[in-house]
Ligand binder design. Sequence first.
Ligand code: ADP
Ligand code: MG
Length: 969
Amino acid sequence: MASRSSSNRSDRQPHHHVPLSGRTKPTSASRRSVTPTSRAHSFQADEDPGRVRVAVRLRPKNDEDVLSDDDFSDCVELQPELNRLKLRKNNWSSESYRFDEVFTETASQKRVYEVVAKPVVESVLNGYNGTIMAYGQTGTGKTYTLGKLGKDDAAGRGIMLRALEDIIGNISTSSDTIEVSYFQLYKESIQDLLAPEKTNIHINEDPKTGEVSLPGATVVKIQDLDNFLQLLQVGEGNRHAANTKMNTESSRSHAILMVHIRRAVNEKVNFGINSPEKGSRSDLFDGKDIPIVRKGKLLIVDLAGSERIDKSGSEGLLLEEAKFINLSLSSLGKCINALAENSPHIPTRDSKLTRLLRDSFGGTARTSLIITIGPSARHHAETASTIMFGQRAMRIVNTVKVKEEFDYESLCRKLENQVDNLTADIERQQKLRDDDKYELEKQLRECQENFAEANKILVTRSAEQHQLEKATYQKVLADTTQMYEKKIAELIKQIEDEHARSESVEEQLDLMKKLLSENQKSIQNHQMESSRHQNALADTTQIYEKKIAELVKQLQDEHARFEVAEEQLDLAKRLLTDHQKTMQGQKEIDELELKFQEMYQLQENTLHELQLLKSENKDLLEEKATLNEKLDSVSQRLSEEEKQRKAIENELVKLKRAVPENDNDFEDKTSYAKEDINKQSSEFGNRTGSYRSNQLRGTLSGQRATIAKICEEVGLQKILQLLASEDSDIQIHAVKVVANLAAEDINQKRIVDEGGLDALLMLLHSSENTTILRVVSGAIANLAMNEQNQGLIIDKRGAQLLAKIASKTDDPQTLRMVAGALANLCGNEKLLLLLKEDGGVKALLGMVRSGSSDVIAQVARGLANFAKCESRGIIQGHRTGRSLLMDDGALAWLIANSNTASASTRRHIELALCHLAQNEDNANDFISGGGVKVLFGISEESSREDIRNLAKKSLRLNSSLQAEMHMQW
Ligand code: ADP
Ligand code: MG
């Protein structure tokens, strides 16, 4: 018992505290007492065993307290010898409160256990319910007091461990059991700490006994302390894990350890059948009293931090969450208040915590509360509210009640044995009696026979013998008769004895019957208390009744005939069951075979499905692997591309530095038209850049090599992307690179395939930058050398764009590029009409306004290409009618410029005129425009023989022209 012996308190001054009853209170204390409870309290049970005991424990200062409370004094002052605590209100006044025990910051865990918990543990061992609970602000030592495992320091072990150690040490492991559940309550949901997957565990309340249980929670039988220590560790781990998962702190949840103890009690109750007047009965139940068990339940409750009651709402929690977290704790506070004030209504049903603790406050349990506080003045408000909670709890008085009940299960087992023994006894006695009876009857028969014989002899002799003899015989006869009569009387007495014995057995059976019915009655009485045993008992009673009825019947049926019949019946039964067994056996085999076949089929199917699933799984795995690989390579490529993009930007910057600031630094090859207008392309084509010196050409080819290298390293795609760069510098350089690449036939297809043409046309459409427009036009001109590209350019409205640039700019270099591009397009017979419709011819002719010989050369080349394509179409028969060039005034220009100074321009003009002249439908235009004379001049004076021949041929074939010529000359 944990009474506060002086040895327990040896670390302190001798205590003066005594209960109110009896000894005198220290006067100083009574005078100063301003607490609501002026009674003296103690943990000693004799004073008022039902009152909730409350101790207060002060936590030592921690680093934080030391730092922040430097200039403040503590907010509490303890007077352990008076069991008082002074709470400082301000510098001048303080309130004093009395508790059952006041622990200073130096109090050892052992003493706290012995004072607060041990009396409760002892009560639980004696069959009471008990509760030990810690209440206080977070960080004040609730868990330290209750749950500390003390792995490194055995002296640090908390109440949970010490309580179980005490319990294990006080019970008999053979007959008693300890069972433990450990769970936490958070937001009105109960989670099993021993099997954390179980959440939302249901609370069950027995409507008769009021006993609260958690049928869904894991229950672990405890064998030894190591066992329990492991369990606590598991629980602690799960609590930590659960709180991490829910993103909460353990300070917001209540942890509850529930220990059930079931002990067999040595003193046994005699079931009330051992009355003195029926002495014989006592033999029956000698030493077979009903065993008693005591069931105690210990709750150890580590409550959530009390500071949350008012504050949590303002700590960033959702309102709903705050409400739930606090519901249990605030509801506990309300119940404590109601109980302390003796209110008629206690709102225990409002929360799960108060439902669980229903028995602990205002119930039948013995309850100890330890309230924990910190020394710091910073937490004055919390400390004050904790103290008030403790003060109110001290006023609660429970009605402690032992939980003792009969162990009906073992009683039933014993009674069953007894019935079996008695049945065997009766059977044996019956057999003995039957034997005796038979023997007596035999003797009786012998006697009667003897008697009859003697009588006969007597009768025979009486006729012959004398009176004397007769008298003698008569005497002998009388003697004999007397003897036999005596013998018969004896035999009758024996039979009567037997009868009496049989009656006594009957009586015993009656007695048993009565006992059993009494037993049944008492069982019925206890049915209300023990619903669990009711069924078992009712069944057993029924069995007994049946058995007794049978026994009585057997006893009454004293004739052996019955036994024989029974034996025969048994035999018949056996035969019958044997027969049935064989019958059933065959049927079962058939059924089993059928089942086996079904199962075999099923197994086959399952195997098949399994195989399918396996192969599917394999496929999926492979697919997954390839996808993963692809993903890897794509992400690798992405990062590489990012790197390359950076590199190319750098390269471009470098390039920009390396490339002289000359707008003509890219090469265009407009003259290299793929369209085979003239086999002598080297002469026909006019390299627009031909004026450049060889030296410049050398530099250019050097740059081209660099560009090719960049392109190789960076990738065309990247360069094309840079065309859309927002930095116009980068754009210019990128365009230059593309234009230079486009000068090489081998690059053209790639540029177009990778979207370069689209990007260039886009720039043509949107850019205002002269350099860009010029270089883009050059690039397009280069691309337009390829027949396929020509189609694409026209399709993508490139001719319109080029025409727009032609009308917009006066920059001769740009015009040269645009003219070159259009000239190249003129070389595609299929596109002529579209080109004209898109304004290409008009734009071409419009550009001669610049007066630049380079531009004019391109115009001439374009017209020559156009005219040649038309005449070829006419020759091949798929083109008729007047030339498309006529509407836009091409002929007039050609005629007017046929004497131009540049040789190559002149050749193109001459060629254009020759081809146009081949078309009969152009004759009128030629005649009215004065072209016949010019054509004639060409046929005579052209510097090239092939052109001269072509002109002659045109004049010869075109009859209208010929007629005109003859008219003129
Ligand atoms: P609570 O459970 O009330 O939130 P804890 O038990 O977790 O508080 O205690 C908070 C801290 O204070 C812990 O580090 C604990 O070790 C320490 N502590 C609490 N009480 C004591 C005490 N009586 N002696 C020494 N340290 C203590
Ligand atoms: Mg804690």
